[in-house]
Design a protein around this ligand. Structure first.
Ligand code: NAD
Ligand code: TYD
Length: 354
């Protein structure tokens, strides 16, 4: 068995689906089902005994302890987090609760479980912590990409809370010997991405004929990785990552936001042309910038390639085409996630940004 936390979210659900499709062991999936958690992502596993879903909080230590005692997993993979920078600016409290305190409680439960293991079970056990490149802060245009040695300089409540969780994971290895590995990945995109984040928001707004909001001058740079590639990197780090190490994961694909938006618009022009013959890019609207907006992220992913032989399989061209096609084929999924709570968020965020 393995335990996955946050397995009903964007990356976690992709991971669970890929893991089981690749013949991995059964998964206990612990997820609180916040606004970002969606069991519909896992519907194809409804009748699959290899997936056990438990609704709960990583910060509920007695619950986690009881799950570990019952299922005796050989690994715990921590995806659960509050993950949206803009939400962390509006309401940082839940980011501290889940990303910092929640990770702490989870580590405490795992430490107790691991300490009581013996022999090969104890030697083989792993705690894998899924983190982000945002902990490293922002780069100037000519700076080298983030390596694992880069100083932590988080700038948003989200990245600060993730940085704190990374430090706790590191400290549990250093102090207690807990067998941990951490991944720091760049921006993901792909199926089941909640449409509050840039790429899915642009796709769903474009299809609805709504403005495509670009913050500031649109020249902020991110590295984009197809979610399936992130999942394969996590599998590889779990299998062969060195204990106590961190691995940067990226797509070698730095692009300014405005270029990403234009690419999505061009794909939609091709795959779902607008009825009136106009181009989707006419919907692009520059809006007020995000406070403290990081200018550039870039990942040096040479360590994971050198040590573990991992490289992304998708190019951006292939991954973004698959992604747009997925959203075109899953209008019902999009419609269902655009609940009252989603509409409230969009109104709050973009009324202020306009
Ligand atoms: P997401 O917001 O889509 O999903 C988070 C999941 O965690 C949801 O299912 C939610 O219900 C669950 N959750 C939240 N609080 C919880 C709690 N207290 N207890 C249990 N479950 C809880 O996020 P995502 O984009 O899938 O990101 C997953 C992880 O990967 C996060 O740790 C994030 O920091 C990291 N990450 C994300 C990206 C990205 O581009 N999305 C990039 C690098 C790293
Ligand atoms: P996002 O998907 O929120 O990821 P992150 O902030 O974690 O990198 O945003 C990606 C980039 O797109 C970021 O520079 C902010 C920008 N952005 C917009 O320009 N408009 C939007 O409506 C959103 C949600 C993001």
């Amino acid at each position: 068995m393995i335990v996955v936390t946050g397995g009903a979210g964007f990356i976690g659900s992709n991971f669970v689906l890929d893991w089981l499709a690749a013949g991995g062991e059964p998964v206990v999936n612990l997820d609180k089902l916040t606004y970002a958690g969606n069991l519909e992502n896992l519907r194809s596993l409804d009748d699959d005994a290899r997936h056990v879903f438990v609704q709960g909080d990583i910060g509920d230590q007695p619950l986690v302890e009881s799950l570990l005692a019952r299922y005796q997993p050989r690994a715990v993979l921590n995806f659960a987090a509050e993950s949206h920078v803009d939400r962390s600016i509006h309401a940082p409290g839940t980011f501290i609760e889940t990303n910092v305190l929640g990770t702490f409680r989870l580590l405490e439960a795992v430490r107790g479980y691991w300490a009581a293991l013996a022999g090969p079970a104890r030697e083989q056990f792993r705690f894998l912590h899924v983190s982000t490149d945002e902990v490293y802060g922002s780069l100037a245009p000519q700076d080298p990409a983030f390596s694992e040695q880069h100083r932590y300089e988080p700038n948003s409540p989200y990245s600060a809370s993730k940085a704190a969780s990374d430090h706790l994971v590191r400290a549990y290895h250093h102090t207690y010997g807990l067998p941990v590995v951490t991944t720091n990945c760049s921006n993901n995109y792909g199926p089941y991405h909640f449409p509050e984040k840039l790429i899915p928001l642009i796709i769903v707004n474009a299809l609805a004929g709504k403005p495509l909001p670009v913050y500031g001058d649109g020249q902020q740079i991110r590295d984009w990785l197809y979610v399936g590639d992130h999942c394969s990197a996590i599998r590889r780090v779990l299998a062969a990552g060195r204990l106590g190490e961190t691995y940067n994961v990226g797509g070698w694909n730095e692009q300014p936001n405005i270029d990403i938006v234009h690419t999505v618009c061009r794909l939609l022009d091709e795959l779902r042309p607008r009825g009136d013959g106009s181009r989707y890019e006419t919907l692009i609207t520059y809006v007020k910038d995000r406070p403290g907006h990081d200018r550039r992220y870039a990942i040096d992913a040479r360590k994971i390639e050198r040590e573990l032989g991992w490289k992304p399989a998708e190019t951006f061209a292939s991954g973004i085409r698959k992604t747009v096609q997925w959203y075109l084929a899953h209008g019902d999924w999009v419609q269902r996630v655009q609940s009252g709570a989603y509409r409230e968020w969009i109104t709050t965020q973009y009324a202020q940004a306009a």
